[in-house]
Design a protein. Structure first.
Length: 337
């Protein structure tokens, strides 16, 4: 969300949302979470969780039918500990003839302005299914909790579970849930994905779990005791063709996603690092009351999104809450490939 801010309001926002110092990381300090250290891009991947999943018979059947490449086993010193992944060469992403799809999900709007609340679904070439963000809490269909100056509108068919069902998927079919950050409009239904591995920047996870008030209202969803998190530091490749980019600014530890599609080419999901096309220029973008980090860090991440998109030859940069752009994009059930 974006609210224009004057210098006086920004100063007040700094006081209201003063960032507490996160507790020091400890080997067993985060419940159900493990840390992945950043390595050079294309040399690191998140490993699949070694713990068995409790999945329904239908999901087991689907998984058995998939032909997946072997994933490097993590070297671990125990549950909830820091995990180092062996160096892996994963090449340059999907090859010609491969099948990889990106779906843009409508998860409701905010008024005025028909401001979209997006989610993203990636069907990876190796058969894995990846979700990015889960939208406002599903309870908002009937009882929305409107932020100041905004009205939230979500139809029953616009919840993340309903959007997945329309594509023939159940919440239990999601292998990875990429958490851009824990603002309510991005993490409202994380608690549904107990079979997935949730991936978030360690800085953001520790800040939120330290009790920062910004993330308190929806904590029951993103901090559900059955959820399993993998914590990453910096830029990493999740699976071939899907890169996580640390883009702090809107909040500390925000992450954007670069998806390398075999037909369309690279697509940058800026998410809230750049919420609107008018904010794409790091030198001129305005600051907003919802931007939590200092101005230098905000501009640095804005520039990073632009620089990487240009360097990789991105065919499309999808901004986080841009109503004008969203109306022109292919949305599910249509897809990019």
């Amino acid at each position: 969300m974006a609210v224009r801010v004057t210098p006086e309001r920004r100063g007040q926002a700094r006081k209201d949302e003063a960032r507490p110092t996160p507790p020091p990381a400890a080997a067993n300090g985060s419940r159900g979470a493990r840390t992945v250290h950043a390595q050079p891009m294309h040399e690191a991947r998140i490993g699949r969780c070694s713990r068995p999943r409790e999945a329904c018979a239908e999901k087991s059947r689907r998984r058995a039918a998939r032909q997946r490449p072997a994933v490097p086993a993590p070297v671990s010193s125990g549950r909830d500990s820091t995990i180092e992944f062996r160096s892996v060469s994963v090449g340059g992403g999907p090859q010609e003839g491969s099948v990889m799809r990106l779906y843009l999900l409508d998860l409701g709007v905010m008024q005025p302005g028909n401001v979209p609340v997006p989610g993203y679904l990636i069907r990876a070439d190796d058969g894995r299914t990846i979700l990015v963000d889960t939208g406002w809490p599903r309870s908002f269909v009937d009882t929305p909790r409107n932020p100041p100056g905004l009205s939230i509108e979500i139809k029953p068919e616009e919840t993340v579970a309903a959007r997945l069902a329309a594509l023939g998927l159940d919440v239990s079919d999601i292998d990875y849930l990429i958490c851009s950050h824990f603002d309510d409009d991005h993490s409202g239904n994380h608690d549904l994905f107990v079979n997935a591995e949730l991936v978030v920047q360690r800085e953001h996870y520790e800040l939120a779990r330290s009790g920062h008030p910004r993330f308190a209202a929806n904590r029951a969803a993103w901090d559900h005791p059955s959820l399993r998190y993998s914590l990453v530091d910096g830029d990493v490749e999740l699976v071939p063709g899907v890169e996580l980019l640390e883009t702090s600014g809107h909040v500390p530890g925000h992450q954007s996603v670069l998806v390398r599609l075999p037909v369309t080419g690279p697509v940058m999901l800026a998410i809230d690092a750049v919420m609107h096309s008018s904010m794409a220029d790091a030198a001129t973008r305005e600051m907003f009351v919802t931007d939590m980090d200092d101005e230098a860090r905000i501009r640095r991440s804005t520039r990073k999104v632009s620089d990487i998109a240009e360097a990789r030859g991105a065919a499309l940069v999808v901004y986080g809450h841009d109503a004008d752009q969203w109306a022109t994009l292919r949305r599910a059930p249509a897809f990019y490939e």
